[in-house]
Design a protein around this ligand. Structure first.
Ligand code: GLU
Length: 521
């Protein structure tokens, strides 16, 4: 019987969730959905010194915003709970005890100062100290001390840690679904701390115990955990859980746009893009880090961008190989259908800011004009603009093609709502030549006399007046634009006139005549 797919996203609540972490959550989600499996949210908060208030809520809010849903987790419960490691604390000691009993772990009493002194001593000899099979014999632990002494120290309540006892010179192979077999010799590995006398497990012990007891089938996580994987494989062996050990997939890093090094918050600040899904207010420093949501990214665009950072769906269906371009716009449902671990790349994925904006632009076009108008309305309110809803919808439909973010809509469309009060001096110089006030007065006359219809105005103004009198089309029409918009941008001129209406257009043209006036040449 094949095993039910159960994957987990297991963040530590140490701050805002980096987009690399969001991508990990997304890949887990896609994999779970594709296989009809379960997605679990587990909070790994064993390191209380790094705990940051608000981080857990932030993680949940961010993933909810992106449409990454969980079947079980800290916020919704489930049959394998509790899902927060600090709430599971009482269950870990028995597992540490089991490892000690079976000879896979030992008590170590070394004081932090002693360890520090050892490190210094090694450093002085240009060596690095590692607590391992070669050094453990000279340290204060249950392998080097007599049984009685160990008992006494434990009875006296002396602080201790439990360390994993790596067997000497053993090849440990991690089978990784992305990288294949990764083998490491145990001599290179240190005897990691698994448990502390305050009753708290470390990440390594809690992670393995939880993955096992929560019946996790696949561990999909960042590449930074690959060096820990040999220890994890050994822990499964030590517990006798090898048969149900999850399969591992270690995801490539998200790299700086230049391609060298891991993408950091500083890169985001430097290059003007967020590395967090939502704004984050640091409770200690008060510093605010910006998020995709507040920057105006659509959640579907962020999902699409992240999905393609380190994975692609392969070439398009029906492609004979001549055009190995894959489909880029992919919805969550498309991704669930197409996702496969074998297409995840081994090398890091470079973040591309311009491409991210392009994705948002594409998703903007897919949103209905109504939707965009609803998103734009608060911005209009903030400018005290009272506009008819249908009019706003129409403006959004006409102009969404020109923007990447809703926040750009006001700058791009303000003249649809408020008349210009200033006119671009460079455009005046270039377009508003001698005789222009007469031509503009003629525009007003035409608007006042011909039916207010596109074709009728086109014929009277462009064909009969401008062409008929051999006037410079660019000069007159751009001056009209200057009068109506304030600068020489915007959609088709007569479409704009039709949108603004006769009276408003006439008012604007008259104001330009009065403000700019007649010029010499
Ligand atoms: N708590 C670890 C983290 O913060 C999880 C690593 C894992 O998925 O095993 O990334």
């Amino acid at each position: 019987m094949s095993r039910e797919v159960r994957v987990r996203f297991a963040p530590s609540p140490t701050g805002p969730l980096h987009i690399g972490g969001v991508r990990t959550a997304l890949y887990n989600y896609l994999f779970a959905k594709q296989n009809g499996g379960k997605m679990i949210l587990r909070i790994e908060d064993t390191d209380q010194t790094r705990f940051v208030p608000g981080a857990e809520d932030y993680i949940i809010e961010a993933l909810t915003w992106l449409g990454i849903q969980f079947d079980e987790g800290v916020h919704i419960g489930g049959p394998f709970g509790p899902y927060r490691q600090s709430d599971r604390k009482p269950m870990y000691k028995q597992y540490a005890d089991q490892l000690i009993r079976d000879g896979w772990a030992y008590y170590a009493f070394d004081h932090p100062d002693e360890l520090e002194a050892k490190r210094k001593e090694y450093e002085a000899q240009k060596k690095t100290f590692q607590y391992d099979c070669n050094t453990r014999g000279m340290m204060q632990n249950s392998l080097s001390l007599s049984e009685d002494e160990v008992k006494q120290r434990l009875n006296n309540g002396e602080p201790y840690v439990v360390r994993f006892k790596f067997p000497a010179d053993t090849e440990i192979t991690v089978h990784d679904l992305i990288r294949g077999d990764v083998t490491m010799n145990s001599n290179l590995l240190d005897d990691k701390v698994l448990f502390k006398s305050d009753g708290m497990p470390t990440y390594h012990l809690a992670n393995i115990v939880d993955d096992h007891t929560m019946e996790i089938s696949h561990v999909i996580r960042g590449e930074e955990w690959l060096p820990s994987a040999p220890l994890h494989v050994m822990l499964y062996r030590a517990f006798g859980w090898e048969e149900t050990m999850p399969q591992f997939a270690h995801l490539p890093l998200l790299l700086k746009p230049e391609g060298n090094g891991k993408l950091s918050k500083r890169d985001g600040d430097r290059l003007g893009f967020p590395v967090f899904p939502l704004d984050w207010h640091d409770p200690k420093s008060g510093e605010i880090s910006s998020g995709y949501r507040e920057r105006g990214y659509f959640p579907e665009a962020v999902v699409n961008i992240l999905a393609l950072l380190g994975w692609n769906p392969g070439k398009r269906e029906g492609d004979n190989g001549a055009n190995p371009v894959y489909q880029e716009i992919l919805s969550m449902n498309d991704l669930i259908k197409l996702f496969n671990i074998s297409h995840i790349s081994k090398s890091g994925a470079k973040f591309n800011v311009e491409k991210a904006k392009w994705f948002n632009h594409e998703y903007m076009q897919m949103h209905s004009d109504e939707d965009i108008a609803a998103m734009f309305q608060p911005i209009l309110d903030s400018h005290n603009v009272k506009a008819d809803h249908d009019y706003v919808v129409k403006v959004c439909g006409m102009m969404k093609e020109r923007i990447n973010f809703i926040s750009e809509m006001w700058d791009t469309t303000s003249y649809f709502f408020v008349a210009p009060t200033e006119y671009d001096p460079a455009a005046i110089k270039k377009r508003w030549k001698a005789g222009m006030t007469t031509h503009m007065a003629k525009v007003i006359e035409i608007l006042n006399t011909v039916p207010f219809e596109y074709d009728a105005i086109h014929k009277a103004l462009l064909d009969d007046y401008i062409v008929g009198n051999q006037l410079n089309m660019g000069q007159v029409m751009n001056s009209l634009r200057l009068a109506v918009v304030g600068k020489t941008v915007g959609p088709d001129m007569l479409t704009l006139v039709m949108m603004l209406g006769k009276d408003e257009t006439i008012r604007r043209v008259q104001r330009a005549i009065d403000t700019i006036g007649e010029v010499e040449n």
